[in-house]
Ligand binder design. Structure first.
Ligand SMILES: [Zn+2]
Length: 344
């Protein structure tokens, strides 16, 4: 573990061409860092939003053997979709999300499985797997330190016949068949990838999944069919519920929450125009979802800077536990409001 971490840091210094990276300030927002052999790519961010694309890798390095067990489907254009989302958020806010991409084909490495299945025992694949997870952990730590709360999305592409975004909160289609009243009861909120938000108990849990300000509702307003959503509260199988990353970096990542988005291809990721439309819709959706459910603005990273500019003071909220999120000072709230409004 220690050796792997050390090698990442060495790789970072070499790739960035600077020697000014200290242990406390490893990553500069907007800069791209790579793990060993550029299998894993990390765009460092300063927004409270983390996006990963584990299955959009195209490279097939000879040193990594083909995996023999598991699923090998390539999620076409999902790394490009993640890049489009990053560009859109940067255009709107002047700041960057954290984006983690596996550039290696899933036949060689699956960064959305536990390491045994994902790396199939190969030491180079294991190292890349740890880099992928380590970059997300590092982004998570940065968000906790800077904003106190935030959201993670694991971005995928499905090949199901029904053309819709499948929003994976770790609930199966059977569980989503339950009534709101049933879903609001244990164990569902605590089992959810949104458990950190559910624990704040601001709205009934089922509203987070399929209410008027759910991600499904907000994306459908932009013309992207979703499940679950107010118009499709009880989706039928086949439906992807969310995997290793949604559990590790969503459910188990309080004070952050997360989800998996499985995208259909047509009109979403099939070409640059589609990807830009999706990115714009997701940026609007995130702005509304952050304000409604996370309790900080999506552009909170920008606000920290604006609120402390010229004062020499650093007003970062401390990391808190699940149920006591960091309170926001009034100057930060005011600064935040100007920076990013939903435009829908
Ligand atoms: Zn996938």
């Amino acid at each position: 573990m220690h050796h792997a971490r050390l090698r990442v840091l060495i790789g970072v210094v070499l790739a960035s061409g600077t020697s000014a990276i200290g242990a406390a300030e490893e990553y500069q927002p907007g800069k791209v860092y790579f793990g060993r052999n550029r299998y894993i790519e990390y765009l460092a961010g300063d927004l409270p939003f983390i996006l990963s694309a584990p299955h959009g890798g195209r490279e097939r390095p000879a040193e990594l053997p083909d995996r023999e067990r598991g699923t090998f489907a390539f999620d076409t254009n999902t790394q490009e979709l993640a890049r489009a989302v990053a560009d859109e958020l940067h255009t709107r806010t002047g700041h960057w999300p954290h984006v983690i991409i596996c550039r290696v084909h899933r036949r060689k490495l699956d960064c959305n499985r536990e390491i045994g299945e994902g790396a199939a025992g190969n030491p180079f694949a294991e190292e890349a797997w740890r880099e992928f997870q380590g970059f997300i952990d590092s982004a998570h730590a940065g968000v906790v330190r800077q904003q106190g709360r935030g959201l993670y999305i694991d971005l995928h592409g499905h090949g199901h016949a029904e053309q819709r975004l499948e929003l994976g909160y770790l609930h199966s289609a059977d569980q989503l068949g339950l009534s709101d009243a049933e879903l609001n009861k244990p164990p569902y909120p605590a089992d959810s990838s949104l458990q950190a938000i559910a624990a704040r108990n601001v709205v009934p849990y089922a509203e987070l999944l399929r209410g008027e300000k759910s991600i499904g509702a907000l994306m459908e307003k932009h013309g992207f069919a979703c499940a679950p959503s107010p118009s499709n509260p009880h989706p039928k199988a086949p439906f992807f519920r969310g995997g290793y990353n949604a559990a590790r970096h969503g459910r188990d990542a309080a004070p952050l929450a997360g989800l998996q988005i499985e995208t259909n291809s047509r009109g979403v990721r099939d070409n640059a125009e589609s990807r830009k439309k999706f990115a714009a819709a997701l940026a609007d959706t995130l702005a509304t979802f952050f304000a409604a459910h996370i309790g900080i603005p999506l552009a909170a990273g920008a606000a920290v800077e604006a609120a402390t500019a010229g004062t020499g003071a650093v007003a970062l909220p401390p990391a808190r536990g699940n149920n006591s999120p960091a309170p926001l000072s009034r100057p930060r709230r005011r600064a935040n409001r100007k920076l990013l409004r939903p435009t829908s």
